[in-house]
Design a protein around this ligand. Sequence first.
Ligand SMILES: *[C@@H]1O[C@H](CO)[C@@H](O)[C@H](O)[C@H]1NC(C)=O
Ligand SMILES: *[C@@H]1O[C@H](CO)[C@@H](O)[C@H](O)[C@H]1NC(C)=O
Ligand SMILES: *[C@@H]1O[C@H](CO)[C@@H](O)[C@H](O)[C@H]1NC(C)=O
Length: 575
Amino acid sequence: MCRNLSKYALLFLLLSLSGVIFLLCNIHNIESWNCHTVSALYQLQTRLHSSLLTLNLPSYNHNLTFCAHLGQKPSPEDELEEHYLLDSIQWPGPPSHIAPPALRQTSNPLQSSFTILPKKERKEWRVGDQLEALVQIHDFQGRPKRYGGDFLLARLHSPELGAGVAGTVVDHRNGIYSALFPLLWAGPARIEITLVHPSEAVVVLKQLREHQPRRVFFKSLFRLGFLSETTICNMCLPSDQHPLCNYTDLYTGEPWYCYKPKMLSCDTRINHAKGGYLKNLLTNKEALLFQSGVNIKVRIPASGKDRISVLPPEDNVEGKGSSVKTDTVQLAPSGYYFKDLWRPLGGATMRHFNDSAAIRQCLRNKVVNMYGDSTVRQWFEYLIASAPEIKEINLNSPKNVGPFMAVDTTHNILLNYRCHGPPIRFSTVLSSELRYVSNELDGLSGGPNTVVVLSIWAHFSTFPVEVYIRRLRHIRRAVLKLQGRAPGTLVVIRSANLQAMDEEVSLYNSDWFSLQLDAVLKAMFRGLDVLMVDAWEMTLAHHLPHALHPAQPIVQNMIDMVLSYVCPEEKRSQT
Ligand SMILES: *[C@@H]1O[C@H](CO)[C@@H](O)[C@H](O)[C@H]1NC(C)=O
Ligand SMILES: *[C@@H]1O[C@H](CO)[C@@H](O)[C@H](O)[C@H]1NC(C)=O
Ligand SMILES: *[C@@H]1O[C@H](CO)[C@@H](O)[C@H](O)[C@H]1NC(C)=O
């Protein structure tokens, strides 16, 4: 008993140490986009963890609806990390003794409201201050809610200035929420609070995620000579009904199965495609929690004023707002818009690559390998549209699927795009093109002229989070190996973004699923030498509507950020 306790104590000490290291690393990261030393520390410390791990951690979710038992067994430190990650994204909900409530007892955005808290010491708001609004959620009967778990988004913006920043929402678990914003620009600032889902709907989403991982299904065509058959595929299939073909990846152990065709052998699989979406996932009562215009992404009104006016900081009346310090750790947005241009917070200087010449100049002698879903394919498309001299080669690839390649022989530029491995909901991918990102990275020589861009999130929303953690673990390991053997390889990670949602989209692709994946993604790559393009905040802070494929001005800001990282401004003062 005592021995166990002291082990736990040690572990917690280490975990809290890791918190400090992550924090240090973040600060460091913001300053220079380089975190070699700290990430080495982090790795050392992971090793320390594993040597201590003799205790048996309880495992989560473990009816194995997602074939966790079929992949490679995670190492003890991987298990510990997974445990920690799953803990960090626990979502509060209605108290478990409460029976599923009727619609009238659930959160109603239109009867809820928010109030701006008055400034404490001074009368006026200044740049550098923190703004807080209290949100009180009410049900359809107008009664205040008594528990938390509602999914809210908060944004502070100014249409006049083309400014916007993501707010932080704190759930007080009693129906009241704080929305916190750093004040980063002088001038008008308006608060916008949106109820994305009532807490009762989040409960339903959570259940779908754990118990209906096959609500998006896949299929493969098998063919030999004149014979062809199509069967259903997924990460995990019940094996008691039909014999299976096992396509588990030999290198990573990532599981993938199809039902075996009746006449053909498993070797005759020729492609992979999205099969479809399972319907009738909800009871009639549950369906009431997912109504467009009623309780999906509806604005919460202000009970008084929804805007304030911000003065320049007292000590800097010119108000260029050079670098704003926020003293609360919670309030660390990754950037904000001003005049519709994204300004990452911290020392990084954004450059603007507004024409083809600037883009080509930056990418001269570079190979840019983009891997992932359609949200990074969008970057490939943006680049060849903005710099048409980088010419796409016709590889006869299927539309929207790829692989795609574009070349500029005068500037010696090569752009590649390839989709990530299953689960991928693209129309039809040849089996021969179905590759896991980590294996692709293992095949790269890398080096200072190589840029690797990763965007892996949208196709994982229907699976339990463990599936995503496992995938990212493999990718992270491959990234570290790549940077180890080829120092100077630039790695960019594009995070998840908000999207347009209706009743249907919510059940498969809700922003709530994405939010959870996004938190895991950011935590797993924190402190490593990668550029994180925070697509979540860049879509939340922007005035354009949420879309799976964000509008051009947002993509342009993302590309500017990447190119600023690839081609940083020369520091004249140092030479
Ligand atoms: C897994 O699920 C089955 C049936 O749904 C149940 O009988 C079994 O007890 C569960 N096992 C665990 C470990 O939860
Ligand atoms: C599928 O193959 C992998 C790797 O060879 C193996 O570990 C796994 O147990 C197999 N799955 C089944 C259901 O036999
Ligand atoms: C791009 O920016 C440069 C310098 O800021 C400017 O001279 C040029 O006209 C701009 N080009 C376009 C197409 O806006």
